[in-house]
Write a new protein. Structure first.
Length: 366
């Protein structure tokens, strides 16, 4: 009897040691983003960039296997909270995400003193997260009044003084912050207050009807995802509305060009990423991305790739994820695809903004 108990104990101890060994030799990195529905283009771009960066390392850091634990927040608070709960159960303490500012806000609010992972985003730009000493980092530039100066000056120099704004209310943390900062910059430099700030809905006809009633509109800004932006621009053009259209960086992707076709010609974008960059590192990345995914990388795929490379560099220096923040800030400066990326003490980065316009089906610097 004792002999049997002893054998069972040895087996249990052996299994425990076996699983402990593999647990200690595996690095888990979470991914949180919208992978289904109309916001999925952003989510998959982010996951693609992350996957490519880790693939180049053979999914290993310091000979330890790296595993991506992916969760779909569906751009809904319930699923974002559920994802955080699952990350906690699976002991995931480093997460790349979320895709949108609104879901990033939900994720951060779901953390507590018993579970406080490091969240690093390649796409959340709302200034709601700025200047906070927490476990949140991002490689996407934070919105501010000053960040819209270049766009405001360009529009005013072209005598575009009155703007009609349309925004996606399902991502308020991003779209309302975007509209507010843009309008403040525009007014400060001599532009008029926005003619209208109208929430996007499934029926575009009420938007076109409202615009047609107004004679004081020079340009239209659409702050929405790629799919809705492409559809709305087509609807505007088919409805004989030929005003200058400005898109947000959220919608700027190859899919917008594909879905929007001739209708998105002439659209203007303020972005921190140059699709026409001749930087060798960027060109090599684009080549690899196109070969693997059969499409051009969006700004967010590029920034997710950069973000993952930063994660890799930090973990190569110090594998202790609980010390990730201190390790990252001690390095501070990283080489990106289009230049240096430097974090401030709050985990924000600085990038230069450029203006781009759609010309002959491509994004070109203005």
């Amino acid at each position: 009897m004792y002999k049997v108990v002893g054998i069972v104990s040895v087996i249990i101890l052996g299994l425990f040691s076996y699983f402990s060994f593999f647990s200690n030799n595996e690095i888990k990195i979470g991914f949180l983003g919208g992978l289904s529905g109309k916001y999925s283009n952003l989510g998959h771009s982010l996951l693609n960039g992350m996957t490519l960066a880790l693939e180049e390392e053979n999914f290993k850091i310091n000979e330890k296997k790296v595993k991506i634990i992916s969760k779909d927040d569906r751009q809904r608070p319930t699923f974002a909270k559920l994802a955080v709960t699952e990350f906690k159960k699976e002991d995931v303490n480093l997460i790349l995400g979320s895709g949108t500012s609104s879901m990033t806000k939900i994720a951060l609010e779901s953390f507590d003193e018993n579970y406080m992972p490091t969240l690093i985003s390649a796409s959340a730009s709302s200034n709601t997260f700025s200047k906070k000493d927490d476990n949140f980092f991002r490689t996407q530039v934070s919105q501010s009044e000053a960040s819209f100066e270049k766009l405001s000056k360009y529009l005013l120099s072209n005598n575009l003084k009155s703007i009609y704004a349309i925004y996606d209310s399902n991502n308020r943390a991003y779209s309302e912050s975007y509209a507010s900062n843009f309008e403040s910059s525009f007014k400060k430099l001599g532009g008029n207050p926005f003619v209208k700030l109208k929430a996007l809905s499934k029926d575009f006809s009420h938007i076109t009807e409202d615009i047609k009633k107004r004679e004081d509109i020079d340009a239209i800004i659409i702050i929405a995802n790629t799919i809705d932006t492409a559809k709305l621009v087509q609807f505007l053009r088919i409805s004989d509305i030929e005003k200058t259209v400005i898109g947000s960086s959220w919608s700027k992707s190859s899919k917008l060009l594909e879905d929007g076709g001739k209708y998105v010609e002439g659209m203007i974008f303020l972005t921190s990423y140059n699709n026409s960059s001749k930087n060798e590192k960027y060109l090599n990345f684009v080549k690899k991305y196109e070969k693997k995914y059969k499409t051009k990388p969006s700004v967010f795929a590029s920034q997710s790739y950069e973000t993952t490379k930063i994660i890799i560099e930090v973990l190569k220096k110090n594998e202790n994820i609980k010390e990730f923040k201190d390790t990252l800030l001690s390095i501070k400066k990283f080489e990106g695809l289009q230049g240096e990326i430097e974090f401030d003490k709050y985990g924000d980065v600085k990038r230069d903004y450029i203006l781009m316009k759609v010309k002959n089906g491509q994004y070109k610097p203005i």
